[in-house]
Design a protein. Structure first.
Length: 425
């Protein structure tokens, strides 16, 4: 499967720079315009997404603003409002804001785009109730908005998500080529599959069954065939694909490779890839090839915004495990305020300690009681820091899982394989 996926990864965002800095869109085979979407509108949408996922937020906002102006002037479907909501919601969920002022501005942008986009779609659907493009945009806006309510009001989030799901399903019934609609189906299935039993039982009563398998299959459709949801769907796949299944692991690695290749200036994808290696298959990380590759990646990072500086610094902390005495370009800024990633420098030090102890052990030898106790305390400290961080609960559980697995003695190296974690999301 992994080899075949290389033909489809990031299909709607493959772009290259033309003279003068203009983005020239490289469209996938089978590309078509959704009903009433113009070529100029679609190309501008891809530019906005390309800048957003390439960690160029100023250029992304500028492209979205131009897109909204075009849509208003020409009476086009409000694709720009959907992109604005999608980009801002994912940024908010990742905590990609530096302070409370930026957080408030991000939430205000989401609120405004949600309100205006929903109004325009509802007005159009009053006269054109079977219009697949407006159904897609309205369903997408409602779906993204619902994800913000998952932790504060889960019942309302599920209700809103279910209504969004019905709009998305209707859009692809009317036009089966609307592959972007599968992203909402995928997120809904994967999220609810991990929800408490009473939630799944309630859905079953109304004739709606959910499963992780169905969610992953839907996300693959939007990830590998979608026009505007390709990257966002791949980011969700990374979260839900198990690192303990060989075929799924190969799929994740292909996604990481594609994201890094397509967006070389954004350190976020490198950070996620290395974090996964450190937590679940660390021996693949501690190599000379990894050291050279990671140094090369650091050289390409853009540091002009908070997100780029934060993830770039996190990658430098990871790199310090391979090069304990890096030059100034590769050394982390120890004064940087990571906010919700404040646990990470301590986590890296715990990994360094663990690796040093394991490398000193003979085959089958167990670590000393002092070393075992020290690692246990480091793990507890990292988990407590995550718990006290401003991360949303879903991301807390994600990183607590990673840290718990990473800070255990490695099977086959210390003779303590019985302590190896087998947890999953």
């Amino acid at each position: 499967m992994a080899a075949a996926l290389a033909l489809f990864l990031v299909p709607s965002l493959n772009a290259e720079s033309a003279p003068g800095g203009e983005i020239r869109i490289a469209r996938p085979t089978g590309y078509h315009l959704y009903r009433d979407i113009t070529r100029a509108q679609s190309d501008l949408a891809h530019q906005a997404l390309n800048h957003a996922y390439g960690s160029r937020p100023v250029k992304s906002r500028k492209a979205v603003k131009a897109l909204l102006k075009m849509e208003e002037a020409e009476g086009l479907p409000p694709l720009g409002h959907l992109l604005s909501v999608a980009i801002d919601v994912m940024g908010y969920q990742n905590g990609d804001f530096q302070d409370e002022e930026e957080e408030a501005a991000l939430l205000k942008s989401i609120e405004d785009a949600t309100e205006q986009g929903s109004y325009l779609c509802s007005r159009a659907l009053d006269s054109l109730p079977g219009h697949p493009t407006y159904l897609l945009i309205l369903g997408g806006i409602r779906g993204f908005s619902a994800t913000l309510k998952i932790h504060g009001n889960p019942s309302q989030a599920m209700g809103d998500g279910f209504q969004a799901l019905k709009l998305l399903e209707r859009s692809r019934v009317l036009d089966p080529r609307v592959k972007d609609s599968y992203m909402g189906t995928g997120i809904f299935n994967c999220t609810v599959a991990n929800a408490p039993l009473f939630v799944r039982a309630t859905l079953k009563i109304i004739g709606r069954s959910v499963s992780m398998k169905a969610g992953l299959e839907a996300l693959r459709v939007s990830a590998y065939k979608g026009q505007y949801t390709s990257v966002s769907s791949q980011l969700f796949l990374i979260q839900f694909l198990s690192p303990f299944d060989g075929e799924l692991l190969r799929e994740k690695r292909e996604i990481f490779r594609s994201l890094e290749t397509t967006f070389p200036s954004n350190p976020y994808y490198t950070f996620m890839k290395v974090d996964e290696s450190l937590c679940f298959y660390p021996d693949s990380f501690y190599t000379e090839a990894s050291r050279a590759e990671l140094a090369s990646r650091i050289d390409s990072f853009d540091r002009r915004n908070f997100s780029g500086r934060r993830y770039g610094n996190l990658v430098r902390h990871q790199y310090s495990l391979l090069n304990p005495s890096p030059g100034s370009r590769y050394a982390p800024d120890t004064s940087f305020q990571f906010r919700d990633y404040g646990f990470y420098p301590g986590f890296i030090e715990a990994l360094r300690f663990k690796r040093r102890i394991e490398d000193s052990l003979a085959p089958g030898e167990k670590p000393s009681k002092e070393a075992a106790s020290a690692l246990k305390d480091m793990r507890a400290a990292s988990l407590d820091q995550i718990g006290d961080s401003p991360m949303n609960p879903t991301r807390k559980r994600y990183y607590q899982w990673h840290v718990s697995d990473a800070l255990r003695w490695s099977e086959g190296r210390s003779g303590t394989g019985s302590d190896r974690a087998t947890t999953s999301r």
